[in-house]
Design a protein around this ligand. Structure first.
Ligand SMILES: NC(=O)C1=CN([C@@H]2O[C@H](COP(=O)(O)OP(=O)(O)OC[C@H]3O[C@@H](n4cnc5c(N)ncnc54)[C@H](OP(=O)(O)O)[C@@H]3O)[C@@H](O)[C@H]2O)C=CC1
Ligand SMILES: CC(=O)N[C@@H](CCC(=O)OP(=O)(O)O)C(=O)O
Length: 344
């Protein structure tokens, strides 16, 4: 399969290049960049040296369409929607990593982002969370890869919501992300002295991922969900840990709820439900495509506390995007995604 990447020099683009360079069925074709056109990707990211020496080039849609079967757009939201309609019109299969095609509801997108330039494609696009949408992803030509916080949050909550085990009015998601979640572009809030030796909340009560998590969990549970989501910035490169609180509808113990999770995810290669007493940690997933989920019932308060951990650049973006490619192409879902975390 001939695969090209638009926006290959960002962190998710680089991670796609790195992972796809080991994928047995993928031939990397065109890597686009505005800022680094003419430069070898391995000069921009020297970790790729000796493995991928493709020169980045400016986007030429006709050339890209002639040499690719499949395209990733790893662009900022708002920029993807300027390019994706042209790719779809040319008959290319597309996986977009931005927020632009994730929503079913146009108004929700426009309330949290900005006016949409190709709203008709929202109906065509499929939300690319394989554990919830596998058959639709397989049949789709345009997949919207989920956000990193939504991946960690939706996977942690779906078994509770689907089985009506919790009150859906007062879910709280307290999530922490490594700084690569903000991308490679420079910004004051993300430079070393601001992030190192620090830990802070941001976009409290107005982060756009709140709406993505609500829309997708509403579909899982079949009734409206409104929740609180607070992101925090961790002084580490990779990884997300989400701690989620919800009120149980009935008196169930930890072991019983774990049975629901085991059942819900029994066929999933990349979900690891932790046995009672073991909780997820970022170092166990960083560098891998796993989402680890652990939980405990707090019998004093009647609340359940679920903890999930992912690598934002792998399960939270590039790895999940390769999982989606494997599903769309009808290949073994784990191809190119077999690595365990480095642990240290
Ligand atoms: N980082 C993460 O953990 C996650 C990111 N995402 C999403 O994936 C997408 C990419 O994120 P990430 O790789 O982190 O971002 P980066 O900022 O690291 O990279 C963005 C890429 O887009 C290109 N680009 C930037 N602005 C424009 C523009 N105006 N027109 C065309 N190209 C542009 C840049 O390269 P150049 O200027 O050279 O063209 C660069 O290659 C975003 O939508 C992000 O929200 C999703 C999940 C997780
Ligand atoms: C640490 C950090 O800044 N994280 C990013 C989330 C990145 C991501 O997954 O989001 P999208 O694909 O929806 O842009 C943020 O909070 O905006």
């Amino acid at each position: 399969m001939k695969v090209s990447i638009i926006g290959s020099t960002g962190y998710t683009g680089m991670e796609l290049v790195r992972l796809l360079s080991k994928h047995p069925k993928v031939e990397l074709k065109i890597l686009t960049s505005r800022s680094f056109a003419g430069e070898d990707i391995s000069d921009i990211y020297p970790n790729l040296r000796g493995k991928v020496d493709t020169k980045c080039e400016k986007l030429d849609l006709n050339k890209l369409a002639a040499s690719s079967d499949f395209v990733y757009t790893a662009l900022p939201h708002g920029v993807s929607m300027e390019v994706v309609p042209e790719l779809v019109d040319r008959g290319l299969k597309v996986i977009d990593l931005s927020g632009d095609y994730r929503y079913n509801n146009l108004k929700t997108y426009e309330d949290w982002y900005k006016p949409h330039q190709s709203p008709s494609l929202l109906e065509k696009a499929v939300y690319g969370l394989p554990e919830l949408n596998r058959s639709k992803i397989k049949a789709s030509g345009l997949v919207a890869n989920p956000g990193c916080y939504p991946t960690a949050s939706i996977l942690a909550l779906a078994p509770l919501v689907a089985n009506n085990l919790i009150n859906k009015d007062n879910i709280i998601i307290d999530a922490k992300s490594g700084t690569s979640g903000a991308g490679r572009k420079l910004s004051l809030g993300n430079h070393f002295c601001e992030v190192n030796n620090n830990f802070k909340a941001y976009k409290v009560a107005n982060h756009r991922h709140t709406s993505e998590i609500e829309e997708k969990l509403t579909l899982v549970g079949g009734e409206d969900i409104t929740l609180s989501f607070t992101p925090h910035l961790l002084p580490i490169n990779r990884g997300i840990l989400a701690t989620i609180y919800a009120n149980l509808e009935e008196n169930l113990d930890t072991a019983k709820i774990l049975e629901y999770y085991e059942d819900y995810y029994k066929k999933e290669a990349f979900i690891r439900v932790m046995e009672e007493g073991i909780l997820p940690e970022i170092k166990n997933v960083a560098g891998s495509n796993y989402c680890d989920i652990g939980l405990k019932v707090d019998e004093r308060t009647g609340r359940i506390i679920v903890i999930s951990a992912i690598d934002n650049l792998i399960k939270g973006s590039a790895g999940q995007a390769i999982h989606n490619l494997n599903i769309m192409a009808g290949w073994d879902e784990s191809l190119g995604l077999e690595d365990l975390s480095l642990y240290l």
